[in-house]
Design a binder for this molecule. Structure first.
Ligand code: SF4
Length: 426
């Protein structure tokens, strides 16, 4: 699919204005002001600002009124049809904590330590409840035909239709992505999900995102079916995507051939080389076992692909008593070996970044924090820019000052970039 070189077009009436063919930034950036990404259209009324993707589906909204919390904050609708409120986080140091300038506030329980309760705000709820009614009531007479067609098309994408589309997305792979890798923050979580391996190896006791599925690898035929259906589902808006997520919790468990073939097929089918967004990204999770078994040749084959690849490994703790407490059936020794291997790959392969997760909680023994410090400070000779460590609070809906304080302490001593892992679904 070629990006049409269409010029922006504007229609203005006394009640509202429409801008078609808006061109936002074509590169994901980490900046402290709101950036619009990709190709989209905008509808502005006296009170609201709405943005729509190339399939005429609402993708962002905000109020222009005084009751809006902050003019630089906005609501985003995800492909899974969740509304996410992006806040600056006030003075709480969002960038230091998350590596991003804006904090996604979610409507469902998660492990966030930051943020307030924006979904209790009437101005936010009003948009979520009424955006479609607001655009349906705009007087549409006497508009040029292309604007009138566009308005008709966005009105057709009702909340019910959008929910159905989200369900279609989940049906393609058989289930919803219940957790995205922390590294997906680099593309604002705008990923196309393909499941290549269901379930996970360990079924750890502490984990709130696991499912009951046994580990099983999808066939090539199944994956190719997913790719074709995803292409149809993302439809015209696919030019705004440049990132793949291979699911579910341990895609690294699939054979190197299957991983590489899936990436190649998806790259061709989704025409990532022609994406409006610069660069291509690949995200996947790996278990300690599958990571330790992965051969050097796999990374040698992955590195030259036209993707920046992020593989996220759940290590959780470098302390045996904590691993046992968490019900994670791996050993401290395996964690040490996986961490060492991650450093080696991060040093040698410029297009691959292995990132590691560890848990945090005020109930964990001191030995957990001591061992973690030994790993992320003492075994790393000098500060490195690559190989993020993500610290994941264990409890959901339980912001804790003590845990946040412990996080900043660990971050200040770590020799690797260290951030909080905010668990998000697609
Ligand atoms: S932490 Fe990972 S391996 Fe353990 S149960 Fe959760 S998804 Fe599975």
């Amino acid at each position: 699919m070629k990006i049409k070189n269409t010029l922006p077009q504007t229609f203005e009436s006394a009640d509202f204005s429409i801008e078609l063919n808006c061109r936002g930034s074509n590169e994901y950036e980490k900046v402290s002001f709101p950036v619009k990404y990709g190709l989209f259209s905008r509808l502005k009324t006296r009170d609201y600002l709405f943005e729509f993707n190339l399939n005429h589906e609402i993708r962002q909204a905000k109020s222009r009124g005084k009751n809006w919390l902050d003019p630089s904050e906005w609501l985003k609708r995800t492909m899974g049809n969740d509304w996410v409120y992006y806040s600056t986080g006030g003075y709480s140091g969002v960038y230091e904590a998350l590596g991003e300038y804006y904090l996604p506030n979610l409507v469902y329980p998660t492990n966030s330590l930051l943020g307030g309760k924006p979904f209790k705000e009437e101005a936010i709820n009003e948009i979520i409840r009424n955006w479609h009614q607001i655009i349906s009531q705009l007087p549409a007479a006497n508009m040029p035909e292309n604007f009138s067609r566009w308005l008709h098309a966005v009105r057709e994408k009702t909340p019910e239709i959008l929910q159905e589309k989200a369900q279609n997305l989940f049906d393609i792979s058989g289930s919803r992505v219940t957790v995205m890798p922390p590294d997906a923050r680099h593309v604002d979580y705008n990923i196309i999900p393909i499941t290549i391996c269901d379930g996970c190896l360990y079924k750890c006791r502490f984990c709130k995102v696991k499912n009951k599925k046994e580990v099983s690898i999808r066939s090539r035929q199944d994956i190719s079916g997913q790719v074709s259906r995803l292409k149809r589902l993302y439809n015209k808006d696919i030019v705004n995507f440049n990132a793949l997520f291979l699911g579910e919790h341990d895609a690294l468990n699939a054979s190197p051939e299957l991983i590489l073939k899936t990436v190649q097929d998806a790259w061709e089918a989704f025409e990532f080389q022609a994406s409006y967004m610069k660069g291509n990204y690949l995200f996947l999770f790996g278990s300690v076992d599958s990571f330790l078994s992965a051969k050097r040749t796999f990374f040698e084959d992955l590195n030259p692909l036209p993707f920046q690849t992020f593989i996220n490994i759940g290590l959780e703790s470098y302390d045996q008593s904590t691993l046992d407490f968490l019900g994670k059936p791996i050993t401290e020794k395996q964690v040490g070996l996986a961490f060492e291997k991650a450093q080696m790959i991060n040093d040698r392969f410029s297009n691959i970044e292995i990132t590691c997760n560890f848990v945090m909680d005020d109930t964990l023994p001191d030995s957990h924090y001591k061992a973690l410090m030994a790993l992320i400070r003492e075994t790393v000779a000098r500060p490195k820019p690559k190989g993020c460590i993500y610290l994941s609070p264990l409890k959901f809906d339980h912001p804790s000052r003590q845990v946040l304080y412990d996080f900043y302490k660990l971050k200040s001593l770590s020799r690797l970039p260290t951030f909080l892992y905010l668990i998000q679904r697609l």
